[in-house]
Design a protein around this ligand. Structure first.
Ligand SMILES: Cc1ncc(COP(=O)(O)O)c(C=O)c1O
Length: 421
């Protein structure tokens, strides 16, 4: 069976399972750090380069602490994510707040922390001013509309709810200048899970062009361009990771042509990637509870869509390894399911796998981003633990599994006694 590699052996995993019952997500610290270093090294040419880890991908403070130690900032888009940044000890411009349809209290929190505030809409200028006051540094999210072709997950920019139009950018920055704002940034995010390196270079081209035009018309000198996230990962074994050296070289060339040539350097390049940073380095580990044969063969796991909803929601492919059967031929066609009362609670449909037995341990790959974080409690299913495989081989629990008490914590059962029907 053609596979993807794992950072643990079957024996090691069995030891882990003895202490931490399945299902759980486990993250590989060493691989995460190595990728973070690679990412930073690719952009070493750009002074001030920063990757703001999109914490929505895996909102765990332990993972964030590791990434911060590699020089990463944090990209937040909600109050809880800002609070998490604060708890990790992050402050000021190592936090970027990229939100949409934003409540005033979230802008307030971002301002208190000194985060870089990235506005999603022109009307938010007055909203921010009214509720918080204008910070000295403001960024706008640009939606290039028809200038940029869409991609599968994020769709066409013109159909997307995010960002300012080009005209609104000019109007908005002019307004900021009148309001006394002195420092400016620009942001865009037009991809999701994109594997084509050229896509990111093309995005930089659009942004650099826009920066030059804004400078010509308004005299603004931008401090940074945030090129967003969306860097894809090879979910399938035949896919290749995005060549970040190619992305960086392409961006550097454009930087020389547009930014340096127009006297607009230095301009800091930012990314706010989530998936690429932790996605490939997380695994959902689950045990086979049942085998069922009706019109099809079903493998029933102790994990469900509550632990990983990407296959059910996007039809996303996640590679599956059957531990100990890596070298057996994948001759059996299975649907691999969870236990929710939802027919789409399936991790794989019509997947060829080695013959599976009850009790087998299945590892679902690439769950380190938008995996645990997208979990939910439908059917009263509680979310699993998160574990970290440390560089030296130790395993630490970085989030305990939820309990039924957690699930009921928002209900007042005692109130039932006085509740007449
Ligand atoms: C504003 C913003 N930034 C960054 C990201 C991270 O994207 P990815 O995990 O695909 O890199 C997202 C994802 O939804 C986003 O909405």
């Amino acid at each position: 069976m053609k596979g993807k590699s794992l950072p643990f052996s079957k024996e090691k995993l069995n030891q882990i399972i003895e202490e931490f019952p399945t299902p759980f997500h486990i993250y590989d610290e060493k691989a995460m750090k190595e990728y973070a270093q690679y990412f930073n090294n690719c952009f070493a040419w750009n002074k001030g380069f920063k990757e703001y880890y999109a914490i929505k991908a895996a909102p765990n403070p332990y993972l964030m602490k590791i990434l911060r130690n590699q020089g990463f900032g944090i990209d937040c888009s909600s109050l809880a994510e800002l609070a998490l940044a604060e708890k990790v000890g992050m402050r000021g411009e190592e936090i970027m707040f990229t939100s949409n349809d934003t409540p005033a209290e979230e802008y307030k929190k971002a301002a208190v922390l000194g985060a870089i505030i990235n506005l999603d809409d022109i009307t938010h200028i007055d909203y921010l001013d009214k509720h918080v006051g204008m910070p000295e540094l403001v960024c706008f999210r640009y939606n290039p509309g028809a200038l940029k072709g869409g991609n599968v997950i994020i769709g066409n920019p013109e159909d997307s709810k995010y960002g300012f139009t080009r005209e609104q950018l000019f109007e908005g920055f002019k307004k900021l200048q009148k309001m006394g704002v002195k420092r400016f940034g620009i942001h865009t995010m037009v991809a999701s899970n994109e594997l084509d390196a050229d896509y990111f270079v093309e995005t930089a081209d659009i942004i650099f062009d826009t920066i030059v035009d804004l400078n010509k018309e308004l005299g603004i000198k931008f401090e940074f361009a945030n090129l967003g996230g969306g860097i894809g990962i090879p979910y399938k074994s035949e896919h290749k990771p995005v060549d970040m050296v190619k992305v960086s070289n392409g961006i550097k060339e454009l930087y020389e042509q547009h930014i340096v040539a127009n006297g607009l350097a230095p301009l800091k390049i930012f990314f706010e990637s989530g998936r690429a940073i932790t996605g490939p380095f997380g695994y959902l580990v689950s045990t086979v509870l049942h085998l069922k044969e009706t019109y099809k063969k079903y493998v029933g796991l102790d994990a469900s869509m509550a632990n990983l909803m990407r296959p059910a929601v996007y039809g996303a492919y996640h590679h599956i390894t059957v531990m100990g059967k890596e070298n057996q031929p994948a001759r059996f066609l299975y649907d691999v399911t969870g236990s929710l009362c939802e027919n789409n609670d399936k991790f794989a449909i019509n997947r060829l796998l080695p013959e599976i037995a009850v009790g087998d341990v299945l590892v679902i790959h690439d769950t380190g981003a938008h995996g645990h974080s997208m979990g939910f409690n439908y059917n009263g299913k509680t979310r699993s633990a998160e574990l970290l495989l440390r560089e030296g081989g130790d395993v630490v629990q970085i989030r305990r599994k939820e309990t039924i008490d957690d699930y009921f914590a928002t209900l007042d059962f005692a109130g039932l006694n006085n509740f007449e029907v």
